[in-house]
Design a protein around this ligand. Structure first.
Ligand SMILES: [Zn+2]
Length: 219
């Protein structure tokens, strides 16, 4: 029955439990220490901001999520990455960025792809764990890519967005040796226990996987 109520990443989620908040606080403390160590190099001395080398995908725009909306990690060493999860925002691009940048919303994705031109924003580093599936164990093992649009309208799923996202997924799969199949490139609705239905029936999986495979061979 959930299929009759499209749900995407922009939907409000219940507030985190007190235990989750405490765990998050501990993670932030550890992250601060790690960040201090990382920024002590020549780049920091030269005044380069954290955005200078922050993107993992060339050409992506660094649009950092609030640290409260993701978990810092040292993937793939801390958690192997073996999956890409495809989402739809149920928000406009700018509103999705604002959501990820609002502390306490508890949601983020590594990448956000714009409908009109396929422009890619990176909101969380790939070595960190974005909160995009609603399942911490699934978040640990995956890269989350969300797409501007609404699940009940094909108009948002432009060719520019498919092509740009497919090239991104191909690069991610190459980086972590992720198999190019639907068992490893999944929709949010296919994550065990997921309550969301994105990317929905209008997402053309056959076309998307074709583009991903082509992008891999052209790399
Ligand atoms: Zn989703």
């Amino acid at each position: 029955m959930t299929a009759t109520v499209p749900r995407g990443d922009g939907d409000r989620q219940p507030p985190p439990s007190r235990r989750t908040v405490l765990r998050g606080a501990a993670a932030v403390t550890m992250a601060s220490a790690a960040a201090s160590a990382l920024t002590a190099g020549p780049a920091a001395a030269a005044g380069a901001g954290p955005s200078a080398a922050a993107v993992d995908h060339p050409g992506a725009q660094w649009l950092p999520a609030d640290p409260a909306n993701y978990r810092t990690a040292r993937r793939p060493r801390s958690h192997p990455i073996d999956s890409v999860v495809v989402h739809v925002t149920q928000e406009h691009f700018a509103d999705a960025v604002a959501l990820f940048q609002s502390p306490g919303r508890g949601t983020s994705a590594h990448y956000l792809v714009r409908s009109a031109d396929g422009h890619i924003g990176q909101c969380v580093r790939e070595h960190d764990v974005a909160r995009h599936t609603g399942r911490p164990d699934e978040d640990n093992r995956s890269i989350g890519i969300t797409h501007e649009g609404w699940v009940d309208s094909t108009a948002w799923f432009t060719e520019a967005m498919y092509a740009s996202s497919a090239a991104l997924t191909a690069a991610v799969c190459a980086r972590y040796a992720i198999p190019l199949d639907r068992a490893h490139i999944r929709g949010h609705h296919e994550v065990p226990g997921a309550t969301h239905t994105d990317p929905g029936a209008n997402w053309d999986w056959d076309h998307y996987l074709d583009l991903v495979r082509k992008a891999v061979t052209e790399r």
